[in-house]
Write a protein that binds this ligand. Structure first.
Ligand code: CDP
Length: 238
């Protein structure tokens, strides 16, 4: 049997719509690498927050841009969770970056052109050999515009808020706080000047408001199979 071609899969969509869950499950099933590009933006935001370059009221873009050369972001494998976890200057910060403080600041930091240039560059390097599922906001439009398979995932805002609220499981954070954060990030991410969140014409839309994780995965894998069958029949010219 011929070795199956490994392609690039881009998954974009609004905040907390299950992109990472789908990306992780697809990568696991296909034996691909999974990269959560949002974790990289969150890592830079954590660095900026700790150094007081950003808070709810203020952002010092100049200092952020200058400090980018001192920020190194990598992923390390956690054998307990079988997951890649993000490190910032060699420190594992996977947990810290998920809290509401960072969620409330990340879209501001992610709108800075130089921050995006640095991360897009690194994401393209990680994915240069294919066999990768990456999720984010600009993966199908900017990071991998030639990805063989692109999904745009969406869900009802109430469903999304509820899912993230349960996932956070933080007694100090209310459902209202989470819903407000998602609404603000959706707005900032889709209206920013630098590579805003868009649905590319070639992306397959999956609305998972009423789908279980397994149902969503099955749909995505069916499209993956169709894509591989097509590429086997009509290989792309190099
Ligand atoms: O998991 P969730 O949907 O809440 O967000 P995330 O994927 O962790 O991304 C956090 C934030 O990073 C987003 O709200 C965007 O502001 C930014 N981001 C981005 O600008 N481009 C990406 N490719 C990924 C994330």
């Amino acid at each position: 049997m011929p070795i199956q071609k490994k392609i690039t899969i881009a998954i974009d969509g609004f905040s907390s719509c299950g992109k990472s869950t789908l990306a992780k499950a697809m990568a696991h099933d296909l034996g691909y690498i999974f990269i959560d590009s949002g974790a990289m933006y969150r890592a830079i935001t954590l660095f900026c927050y700790k150094n007081k370059y950003v808070d709810e009221q203020f952002i010092d873009e100049e200092k952020i841009i200058k400090s980018l050369k001192n920020i190194s972001i990598h992923f390390e494998y956690n054998s307990n969770t079988s997951k890649l976890e993000v490190t910032l200057n060699n420190e594992n910060i996977e947990k810290e970056i998920r809290n509401l403080t960072i969620s409330n600041l990340v879209s501001k930091v992610a709108s800075i052109k130089e921050v995006r240039q640095k991360l897009v560059n690194e994401q393209q390097k990680i994915g240069e050999n294919g066999g990768i599922v990456m999720d984010g906001r600009d993966i199908g439009s900017v990071v991998f515009p030639n990805a063989e398979l692109k999904f745009f995932v969406t869900a009802d805002p109430k469903v999304r808020a509820n899912r993230r609220f349960l996932e956070l499981n933080d007694p100090n954070v209310s459902l209202k706080d989470v819903a407000k954060n998602l609404k603000e990030r959706d707005f900032l991410d889709s209206t920013r000047a630098e590579s805003p969140l868009i649905q590319t014409e070639d992306a397959i839309v999956i609305d998972n408001s009423e789908l279980t994780q397994d149902e969503q995965l099955l749909i995505a894998l069916k499209y993956h199979k169709e894509c591989i069958d097509y590429l086997t029949q009509f290989p792309k010219k190099k």
